[in-house]
Design a binder for this molecule. Structure first.
Ligand SMILES: [Zn+2]
Length: 412
């Protein structure tokens, strides 16, 4: 007798539905046979996926759009100016309240793993203390990894070097750098070398905000890949954005993508914020605000799609629905074919789990934790045009979130 049996679950990319038997928080059976459970739930042939992995968001800035002013130009420069004023009034409670609301929004759409950047350019590390506390308080609900993120740079703001180390000692999981925002190309490289040596010293992950600029001269992705190989950190390094890759010549872009593949660096694409932020300074035709997603995937690079900002000075929209980001990526990267859509599903799930270093415990397989997201669609590809909330979200066999089906009455 199982603790819980989920009947008629449509597993992705399979033809027949199955019954899933769960005991003590683990999947003990996946079978076409009838299974008996103390509790049973009929999923009515709806799709079940492993929960989504959100590989790039910001829990310190969430839900501050319009607080106290909106970003009227929509540019990165105005966003940074607004945030540098807003962050002066941060308190731990303010950060925790907004972050926990945003995490619930993400969970409603099937996310159970969140990698969040927290700006450490603050002498008191107020936001970091708040998010570390929250990670502890919510550990029975979802998993949070924290990136120590030096928004003001590492070389152009040398105080951030000690703050990064302090953030690691306080419990951050990954070290970041923003090389394209340093004053010079050389200082950008120095910032990467600092981040890599700090991560290596404390055996932490590396998550670089890399080349988020429409400029072919921004060439830090090759440095990230090269340092990864030099320091033998393959599989431990992620680079978000990589927008400049779009502007390189094909010859140089192919060289960089091949290096990224060789170094096993994960690329995280954030199509919602980047499609509004990038391409602004181009003359026509304007860039599409996305990295070479399709080509990276074709090269076998581990690529993820992330939601990124949720209602911040940097991006005024976003409701926690990572499927909106996937929908945008499908359009911008011209990935509408069925095999390509399958790759997009992987970019939200298993590719994220690989970068999050949980691949051994992730997935819908016998023996693994019963972490399952059920969506109200019969065909997995329908998640992209319907972009629904999660019908049921289970963590270790416990029902965490349930969304009643939407019902529209036609009085005509
Ligand atoms: Zn971001």
């Amino acid at each position: 007798m199982f603790d819980l049996v989920l009947k008629n679950a449509q597993l992705p990319f399979q033809t027949n539905s199955a019954n899933i038997g769960i005991k003590a928080g683990r999947i003990l059976s996946i079978s076409s046979e009838n299974l008996l459970g103390a509790k049973e739930l009929d999923l009515e042939g709806n799709v079940v996926l492993p929960p989504f992995v959100e590989m790039h968001t910001h829990l310190d800035t969430v839900l501050t759009a319009g607080d106290t002013v909106f970003n009227q130009s929509g540019t990165l420069g105005e966003a940074i100016d607004i945030w540098s004023i807003r962050k002066q009034s941060l308190t731990k409670e303010d950060v925790k309240n907004r972050a926990s609301k945003a995490l619930k929004m993400l969970m409603a759409y099937g996310v159970l793993y969140v990698r969040a950047a927290v700006d450490i350019s603050d002498p008191n590390l107020t936001a970091l203390h708040g998010i570390i506390e929250l990670r502890e308080e919510l550990q029975s609900l979802l998993s949070i990894q924290i990136i120590a993120f030096p928004q003001n740079g590492i070389v152009s703001c040398p105080e951030n070097q000690d703050r990064l180390e302090e953030a690691i000692l306080l419990g951050a999981d990954a070290v970041s750098a923003v090389p394209h925002l340093e004053h010079t190309r050389e200082e950008g490289i120095q910032s990467l070398e600092f981040a890599f040596s700090l991560a290596k010293k404390y055996e932490k992950e590396i998550h670089i905000f890399c080349d988020e600029v429409d400029d072919e001269h921004s060439r830090f992705l090759e440095v990230v890949a090269s340092l990864t190989l030099k320091e033998k950190l393959e599989g431990k390094v992620t680079a978000s954005h990589a927008n400049a890759l779009l502007y390189y010549s094909d010859a140089y872009a192919n060289k960089v993508m091949s290096l990224v593949k060789q170094a096993n660096v994960t690329i995280v694409c954030c199509p919602l914020v980047n499609t509004t932020m990038q391409g602004r300074t181009d003359s026509h035709p304007k860039g599409r605000g996305i990295t070479r997603l399709k080509e990276l995937a074709e090269q076998g690079v581990n690529v993820c799609i992330a939601h990124d900002d949720i209602r911040t000075p940097f991006y005024p929209f976003g409701n926690g629905n990572i499927l909106q980001a996937a929908h945008m990526a499908i359009h911008l990267a011209h990935m509408t074919g069925r095999e390509e859509l399958k790759q997009i599903v992987n970019m939200l799930t298993i590719n994220g789990a690989t970068a999050y270093s949980i691949q051994d415990q992730y997935g819908i397989e016998v023996g693994k934790e019963a972490n399952l997201a059920c969506f109200p669609v019969k065909d997995v590809y329908d998640i992209f045009f319907k972009q629904p909330k999660c019908r049921y979200l289970f963590r270790k066999g416990e029902l965490m979130v349930e969304t009643e089906p939407e019902r529209t009455c036609w009085n005509i």
